[in-house]
Design a protein around this ligand. Sequence first.
Ligand code: DAU
Length: 301
Amino acid sequence: MTYAGNPENLRDIENNPRYKFIKGDICDEKLVNEIISSEKPDGVINFAAETHVDRSILDSYSFVKTDVLGTQTLLDVSKKYNVSRYLHISTDEIYGSIEKGSFSEESLLNPSNPYSASKASADLIVKSYFITYKTPVLITRSSNNFGPFQYPEKIIPLFITNLLENKKIPLYGDGLNIRDWLYVLDNCQAIDLVFHKGKEGQIYNVGSGNELTNLDLTKLILETMGKDEKSIEYVKDRPGHDRRYSLDYTKIKKELGWQPKYDFKKALIETINWYKENKDWWQKIKSGEYLEYYKKQYLER
Ligand code: DAU
């Protein structure tokens, strides 16, 4: 439950008997011990991370703490209680930037910013537990996700919500950096498949083949929302800004039969519509009201 955690995202499953929310920190070994020893899970899937590159450039402490030490805590406790499946959610950012071609699972890790360096460290620690202790780990490395409920600090929800508020949209540098856009439900399906069918100790890239420059992505959002390029504000570039991410995801296609199902443009339009229809959700966040609510609900209890 950091600033980006939001119980409203899980409202629809809140009363499901198979769901339980325990507020805690993945670095809290005592609590993680209590949970794993009492709940006896079939598996552990670690989505918990500090994820936003710009925040990591301002202050990297929480990134090293949660992404690296949190991962190590979960691994140690999972090892202790012989959890039979441990899936780590990693990212394409750990490979760093690539001008031409695509990274395979065998490519060297070459992260450029504190966030991706923290995720690369976690990824290596997870792999080392398989080699050293035979902990049954699996890793997915996916490309940029987008879809409903995404915190409006990432480019797509930030730009959509700014445009809905008639604000400018800040495009970094020359806008020609390239990202590969993966719809969130495609990523969920890949994660579910790897968790159930993946081979222990293996890494799976999860890409979508939807590579776009930020400028082309921005133009698509503007066009869909009936706006023009006057809304773009070119701002100072992100330090250490990776030029291009690109994944070769042949392995998950060949070995597990996964491939992305969602059409990028349709999914983007649906995402824009979701933000149009769920103003309450993001306005609370952007106005800081949610942070107040969050403090009351979770910090002051
Ligand atoms: O590649 C997977 C990664 O995608 C995940 O591991 C990260 O957790 C996630 O944050 C995301 O990282 P990016 O840095 O690629 O995402 P972000 O949405 O911050 O930025 C996407 C691109 O858009 C990037 O080239 C920077 C640019 N950008 C971003 C923002 C927030 C802008 O031009 N303006 C902006 O205001």
